[in-house]
Structure formats: C-alpha cells, structure tokens
Ligand binder design. Structure first.
Ligand code: BYC
Length: 472
C-alpha cells in the first residue's frame, strides 16, 4: 500500500505524516480493515452513494461535512479533541500530577485491556447490524444506519490508533485481533455480552441505539476523564459522534410510538397487529430486553477492577471534574443495590469498589429521561399506557443478580413464576415473528413503513423526501 497519501486519505489531527512508524502500522492495518468492512459491513449497499457526514477536522465546521459517498470510500479519520494546556490527572493516586502523554509502564496491561474492550464493541455493532439495510423502513432511516455504521468504523480506527501509536507490537497484535473476533461467533466471540446478541430487526436496532449506545456514552465519558491524555482526547471527540447514534435510537422509538398511538386512535383498538403497527406492550418487551442486556455492560456492582482503574487514574467517574469530593474516594461510601435474603435492598459500600454501580445509576437516570419523552407522546394522544424501565435486577447475566429470577418491577420470584410469566416480559417467538413480518423495505424517497411515523425534519436542512441513498 506504499504511496498512499495518508494525510489526505486519512483525515487526521495527529500529524500522521511525521510519524513513519505509526504510518507503517496503519498502512499495514488499513487493507485488513477494508477487507473486514467489505465482509462484515452493511450488506448489499457498498456501491450505493449515500449522503453521509464525514469528520475532516475537530472544529465546529470540519467535523460535520455532508456529501454523497460510497461507504468503502468513507474517509475514516483519526481525531483527538484539542489538548488542554497543563492538563492534570484529576483523580486517584496520581491526582495532581501532569496527565500522561505516554503509557505509564506499570499500567500498560490494564490500559491496553480497557482500550481493547472499548475498541471491540465498535466493529461488533457493525456486524450486528449488517443485514438491516435490506429491510429499511425508509431511505432516511437507511442513511442513518449507514452513518452510525461508518462512525462505529471510525471509532474502531480511534482505538487502533491508540494501540498502534502507544503499545508497540502488542498493540498491533490487538489491532489485528479486533478484526478477527466476530459478533455471536461461538469460537471467537466479541468480548462483552450485549455485542454477541442479534440485532435482527429495526425495532431492535433503535432500542440498541437508545440503550447500548448510551452505555457507550457513559463508558466513553469515564474514559474521557483518563489521566492517559491521548485516550481522554480520543474519547472526547468520539462523544460528539455518539450523540447522533442515541438520537437515532430515541427518535426512532419515538416515531414508532407515535405511529402506534395514531393507529390506536384511528382504529379504536389496542390490537395493532391487524393494522401493521407495533403495539405498546410489544415495545415494552423489547425495551425490557435491551435495557437489561445494556445494564450488564457496566460490570459487577462490586468490582475491584473498577476500583483499580480509578485508583490508577485510568478511568474516572461520569463528569469527574464537576464533582466536589476528594477524587480519591478511599473513605467514601456509595449506596449499592444488593440481595438481602429474599429482598433487594440498598446498602452503603466502599465508594471505590462501587464505581460500576454509580455509573449505572447515571445511565439509568439518563434512560429514564428518554422514556419520559416517549410517554409524553402517548399521553398527548390521550392513551392510558406508560413505558417503564425494568428494575435493574431484572434479567441480568452479570453481577449480584445474575443467578436470580426477578420481575420487571423488582420482585424476586420463583423459577415457576418466571416460567409462567417471562413471555409477558421479554420478546416472545410470536413477537419476533410479527416484527420480522413487518420488515419489508421501503425505498421510495419520502415514503415510510406502516409501523413508523416520518421524522419531524430531514438531515442537514434537506427535506424528509430527499434522496438520502441513491439506489438507482
Ligand atoms: N460481558 O469487575 P467486573 C460502546 C467481565 S459500549 C462479558 O464486574 P469490570 C458502543 C469483565 O471483563 C461501551 N464480560 O467488570 C455501544 C471481567 O473479566 P476478567 C464499551 C463481562 O472489569 C454501541 C469480569 O467479567 N466500553 O462503546 O469492572 C455501539 C469481572 O468484571 C461483562 C467499555 O466497556 C459483560 N457485560 O467492568 C458501539 C469501556 N461485564 O477481568 C459501541 C471499557 C464484565 O475477570 N470497559 N465482564 O477477565 C470497562 O470499563 C470494563 O471492562 C467493563 C467491565 C465496564 C465493561
């Protein structure tokens, strides 16, 4: 691949042209990435021109340039947020020392693992969403999923940049392994549970963007506090893109709720399956599933890993620098949900080992605000139904509640009750079959599938019926 002009091919603000070693590592990796993208990226649309946003610099003007582009020609760039002069480590044992510009030797393994875990989720989500283009509910939505996919690809580049630039041969090996694991593969699965689940339909996709990308927001925000400055700056820029993914999720669900309400009013029935809509109880079951698998992504309630990440100065709390405590947390406590006999109670635990739970709390509060906005749409239609977040102990596979059977309202129940009732709480085979039956592509500009309302506005000032993907 010698001779490629990397400065123009890979937009970057890391002076790539000055770093021969890094340039060589990326030259070696780039064709492998493209091979992975062609094998595992969006199926069937690689040659179609799509109206995409590309970041060409980190300033307000440059990070959102829109144009038609074929996805394999997307310019996956490497961007770090602008440096903060004199930035210090803001928490843990090294608090007050200058932020690290190079990997601190004693934390090398831990830091690498954090970066690899973050990086692994990015290609995983592209793999999970690979087939969805073929059943898009509109050209507008088709463009949005491709935007999300290319940006997840860019987030993979962001982590590979850190690995290649700062971790030598180990880093290069990890960069390769990121392209070799596969979502859902029995032999070489992705690292975290939620990224091995299927995303077989668009309801799941929107739920994934709302719940799972929001885990991304909170994890990235914690890593943006890192004392390792290149990681902090990388994550800060990734967060600007992540916001769009959560918008796609929240607005997508909002539009499905809107359509459900319109159909309920029009036909004076809750039974929308006759009318091509998605009924609210089905949405609740999908919500329960995606919320619970995303709650698992925060790790165990009590975690010495999390305490170590913090004490070492590698991963902070959400909005660490806005907090007014000592940023050491050696004496502090934090209330954690725990099992006490037959009940779930809140008990004060040492704050350091409770950091996963604390981040989960920030996340749950954010999710609740989105759910309240969906409920506002239902209320405005005069319909007596509320979507709710399931209890945090419901359907968990990681942490203190993993072995329990818990109802969405937080009651510990017997296996017999679970067997009798779980079909009310999680998507059933029947639900999945029905949702699948709705997944018929709609590709005429300005038209939308029966089960989703059009968005309030189009993209970058264009009308809703703009030709967001040129299929002809
Ligand atoms: N699945 O002490 P524990 C995103 C493992 S999403 C499988 O409880 P810890 C995105 C854990 O690795 C954000 N295994 O957990 C969204 C550990 O293994 P070892 C991704 C799990 O370490 C949408 C053991 O269980 N970023 O960006 O405190 C689209 C005990 O662990 C799981 C990050 O996750 C699980 N769910 O915390 C695209 C940030 N949970 O050490 C992208 C980086 C735990 O015994 N990662 N385990 O072998 C981290 O900060 C931490 O690794 C975790 C886990 C928060 C994930």
């Amino acid at each position: 691949m010698a001779g490629i002009d990397y400065t123009s091919l890979i937009p970057n603000n890391v002076s790539l042209h000055e770093n021969r070693r890094l340039q060589r590592a990326l030259e070696d990796w780039q064709p492998k990435f493209l091979e992975w993208w062609n094998d595992m990226g969006p199926l069937g649309f690689q040659a179609k021109e799509t109206y995409l946003r590309t970041a060409v610099s980190v300033d307000a003007k440059g990070w959102a340039q829109f144009d038609y582009i074929r996805m394999p020609e997307y310019r996956w760039g490497i961007f770090l947020a602008e440096p903060e002069p004199g930035r210090q480590i803001n928490f843990g044992d090294h608090k007050g020392q200058p932020a690290w510009q190079e990997v601190p030797g004693e934390y090398r393994g831990t830091l690498r693992r954090l970066i690899v875990t973050q990086g692994d989720t990015e290609p995983a989500s592209v793999e999970q969403q690979r087939h969805l283009g073929r059943t898009c509910p509109s050209l507008y939505d088709l463009r949005n999923i491709f935007q999300v996919n290319v940006e997840e690809g860019r987030h993979l580049w962001a982590m590979v940049y850190l690995l290649d630039a700062h971790f030598g041969r180990d880093g290069r090996e990890e960069s390769e392994a990121l392209l070799q694991r596969r979502s859902g593969d029995a032999d070489k699965p992705r690292i975290l549970g939620a990224f091995n689940e299927k995303t077989p339909d668009w309801l799941s996709f929107f739920m994934f963007c709302f719940f799972t990308d929001r885990d991304g927001k909170y994890q990235l925000a914690s890593l943006a506090e890192s004392g390792f400055d290149p990681l902090s700056r990388t994550c800060r820029f990734m967060l600007t893109e992540e916001a769009h993914h959560m918008f796609v999720g929240e607005a997508g669900i909002m539009r499905i709720v809107q359509r459900a309400c319109e159909l309920m009013r029009e036909h004076k029935t809750d039974d929308l399956r006759k009318h091509g809509g998605i009924d609210l109880p089905t949405m609740q079951r999908y919500l329960n599933f995606h919320c619970s698998v995303s709650l698992d992504l925060f790790g165990s309630e009590i975690s010495t890993n999390a305490a170590n990440f913090y004490t070492m100065g590698l991963k902070g709390r959400f909005e660490e620098t806005k907090k007014t405590d000592d940023h050491l947390l050696k004496q502090a406590t934090y209330p954690v949900a725990e099992l006490d006999g037959e009940r779930i109670v809140s008990r004060d635990e040492p704050a350091l080992v409770s950091l996963n739970e604390r981040l989960r709390d920030d996340y749950v509060a954010d999710c609740a605000r989105g759910v309240a906005r969906w409920n506002e749409v239902i209320r405005k239609h005069g319909i007596d139904f509320e979507l709710t977040l399931p209890h945090r102990a419901f359907h968990r596979a990681i942490g203190s509640f993993a072995e329990l059977r818990v109802s969405p309202d937080g009651r510990i129940i017997s296996q017999a009750e679970w067997d009798a009732r779980h079909r009310d709480w999680l998507p059933t085979e029947d639900d999945k079959e029905y949702i699948q039956s709705l997944m018929q592509p709609v590709t005429e500009p300005g038209r939308f599938a029966s089960w989703i309302a059009p968005p309030a506005r189009g993209i970058n000032g264009h009308p809703v019926d703009f030709e967001y993907v040129r299929l002809g």
